[in-house]
Design a protein around this ligand. Structure first.
Ligand SMILES: Cc1cc2nc3c(=O)[nH]c(=O)nc-3n(C[C@H](O)[C@H](O)[C@H](O)COP(=O)(O)OP(=O)(O)OC[C@H]3O[C@@H](n4cnc5c(N)ncnc54)[C@H](O)[C@@H]3O)c2cc1C
Length: 434
């Protein structure tokens, strides 16, 4: 049994802690806020409740695996329901596409109907081209510790590609709307498609094949479920405690220093931005900047509001995402608007200009700028800003300090619960059973 300290109680840290405790380690999780979950949680005001961060997740197997492998199955803790359509897209030219999940033929028909005959085939062929990519990524990188000496040629070639997503998509499509669809998840991640590898496009396949899922009442409920799981697994949780640095002796992690004293450990899992801890930032291989979160505006709306899907994307600059699932008092609605790109006017005005006019109905609003969110979480929940292959090379090399593991979004292959959850599972595999 090792004494493990996990730094950061966001989804990444909590998932790693639950798995490691189940593997028999003595685990202490240190979180600077007074609650667990990080970006996963709620904003509550005057009877309204909005998801502060995630409102849905792809690849539900990741959550199911986490709960099953750390104790009881997910179904005993949370209800996970499919979102259908995955989202509605509104394009600059006025075309509207409700994108279904589950089958190629359903997407083909929907894209043909909304964007024009023939484009459905182009789209599903592009998505289908990622089937093998997903298989290689999953087996060689996402689901188990990567090792250059054990990785097969296909995995090595994929991870070291110089082809960017931007290039791959421009070559593939002439239609600007198909390009926007293929780049959407990267743009919403706050990344530049010119700086991420072509395999980031795999998300279109993952959504088509495995759908998008949510929790009735809000994804924020996942934070409570994680807290319960950590309690059941007897993880010691230190809230309102900030890790100031990782202690390193002779190239080995020996514990952490917090604002309430030191904690000894044989293994330290860093589930926060490593650059925020001086000992790790000093360790060379500077990661660079973080990816910004979107500007977020939570709206409490009175009266009749347009009846929208769970999520509506208004393509263009800025790209606006309307999430309509929040909990509101009777006769009201709770929406969240996320904005990416050049927002030069008030977000509610921008929304009205793009055809969703709720200007007269705003009873309450809570604005959270990108810097507000980074300050609240002491780091970006969108992880590192990718800079082409250098980012991948550094990740594949891993941390140079023995007994130190990096989890959370800064170690994951992108932001979001599925990739962060997979990274936590890989860290638990690396550390192994007690
Ligand atoms: C507005 C928004 C919408 C999103 N929508 C979705 C979505 O729909 N679907 C999806 O899958 N993903 C979504 N995401 C992304 C997803 O929420 C994140 O990628 C993921 O939750 C990151 O988890 P994490 O644990 O790595 O980081 P975080 O959630 O940032 O957690 C890090 C934790 O570490 C703590 N911490 C930091 N420094 C220290 C320290 N020195 N000592 C102790 N504790 C420390 C912080 O307080 C925080 O609790 C969204 C994010 C945002 C912000």
């Amino acid at each position: 049994m090792s004494r493990v300290v996990v730094v950061g109680g966001g989804f990444g840290g909590a998932a790693a802690a639950a798995r490691l405790a189940k593997l028999g380690h003595r685990v202490t999780l240190v979180e600077r806020l007074g609650r667990l979950g990080g970006a996963v949680g709620f904003v509550e005001r005057d009877g309204y409740r909005w998801d502060a961060g995630p409102s849905s997740t792809g690849l539900p197997a990741v959550l199911r695996d986490l709960f099953r492998k750390s104790g009881r199955p997910l179904e005993r803790e949370l209800e996970l329901v499919p979102v259908e359509p995955i989202r509605e897209h509104r394009f600059v030219d006025g075309a509207v596409l409700a994108m279904p999940s589950g089958s190629r033929s359903a997407q083909l028909e929907a894209v043909d109907g909304a964007l024009g005959t023939g484009l459905g085939r182009q789209w599903v062929d592009y998505v289908h081209g990622h089937v093998e990519t997903w298989d290689v990524l999953r087996r060689g990188y996402l689901e188990r510790p990567y090792s250059a000496s054990h990785a097969d040629a296909a995995t090595r070639a994929l991870l070291r590609t110089r082809t960017t997503l931007h290039r791959a998509v421009r070559r593939r499509f002439e239609d600007e709307r198909l390009r926007a669809l293929a780049l959407l998840s990267t743009v919403l991640d706050g990344q530049d498609p010119r700086r991420v590898p072509a395999w980031w496009g795999v998300w279109a396949y993952v959504e088509q094949a495995f759908g998008v899922w949510t929790v009735p009442g809000g994804m924020g409920l996942l934070g409570d479920a994680l807290s319960r799981r950590l309690r059941d697994r007897r993880v010691e949780v230190l809230l309102q405690t900030t890790v100031q640095d990782v202690r390193i002796h002779d190239g080995r992690a020996t514990g952490v220093v917090t604002d309430h004293g030191s904690l000894d450990a044989e293994v330290v899992v860093c589930a926060v931005d490593p650059q925020s801890l001086p000992g790790l930032a000093r360790g060379g291989r500077r990661a660079g900047a973080a990816a910004d979160p979107p500007a977020v505006c939570h709206l409490g709306l009175r009266g009749e509001v347009p009846d929208l899907s769970h999520e509506v994307v208004l393509h263009g600059d800025p790209t606006l995402v309307v999430r309509t699932h929040g909990t509101a008092p009777a006769g009201a609605a709770a929406w969240t608007v996320l904005a990416r790109g050049g927002l030069t006017e008030d977000v509610v005005v921008a929304l009205a200009r793009r055809g969703i006019d709720v200007t007269g109905q705003v009873e309450l609003r809570v604005d959270r700028s990108p810097p507000d969110q980074v300050q609240e979480l002491a780091g970006s929940p969108y992880g590192e800003l990718w800079r082409g292959r250098a980012t991948m090379d550094r990740r594949l090399a891993g941390p140079a300090v023995q007994g130190l593991h990096v989890a959370g979004v800064h170690a994951a292959a992108g932001s979001g619960l599925p990739l962060v959850g997979l990274a936590a599972a890989v860290v638990a595999q690396r550390i192994g059973s007690a």
